[in-house]
Ligand binder design. Structure first.
Ligand code: 6U4
Ligand code: NA
Ligand code: NA
Length: 158
């Protein structure tokens, strides 16, 4: 039996720039990514997304300004776990992104997104997000660097 663990991942957008954070510790260390993390007990997915964004780059966002953009499922060869990552975007938010103990934030133009310094799956699903298509991606990894197989599709609602 595969056990599912829920995670959030939030991207802020402003004038054709996307905000990424360089992870300073833990899972995904030294990779650029959106902001997010595990969902805690007694917390909804959206509440977790809001909390992690605040904790990791000091930006506040209202629930209604978080838009579902996709869903990612990661499995790792030999491990009985599915990382079920709910991806959100926001164009309206409060505050200026600031560095925290977890992340160094930076705005990137779409043409300059540092895919070589991100999770290998990101270059596969970012085009869906950037073109406004809801996506559902499934990636099976060997270790943390190699995608053995994947499947990605557009879908109409989450
Ligand atoms: P703690 O234990 O508090 O440091 P927490 O912040 O709760 O951890 P974290 O940072 O481990 O959780 O969560 C992992 C983050 O990385 C989530 O936002 C999901 C994201 N993520 C994990 N695998 C990914 C992958 N292959 N591609 C991707 N994002 C991924 O784009
Ligand atoms: Na995190
Ligand atoms: Na966190």
């Amino acid at each position: 039996m595969l056990r599912k663990k829920l995670y959030t991942l939030v991207f802020l957008f402003e004038e054709n720039n996307v905000l990424l954070g360089l992870k300073k510790r833990g899972f995904g260390y030294n990779k650029w990514n959106g902001f997010g993390g595990k969902i805690e007990q007694n917390e909804s997915i959206v509440e977790a997304a809001v909390r992690e964004l605040k904790e990791e780059c000091c930006v506040a966002v209202k629930h209604e300004n978080l838009k579902n953009v996709g869903r990612l499922e990661f499995t790792f060869e030999g491990e009985p776990i599915v990382m079920d990552v709910r991806v959100f975007s926001a164009k309206v938010f409060q505050g200026t992104p600031r560095e925290t103990e977890e992340m160094t934030p930076k705005w990137y133009k779409y043409d300059d997104i540092p895919f070589d310094n991100m999770w290998p799956d990101d270059k596969i699903w970012f085009p869906y997000m950037l073109s406004g298509n809801l996506f559902y991606g499934k990636f099976n990894y060997r270790g943390f660097d190699t995608i053995i197989s994947y499947d990605i599709k557009k879908f109409d609602s989450v």
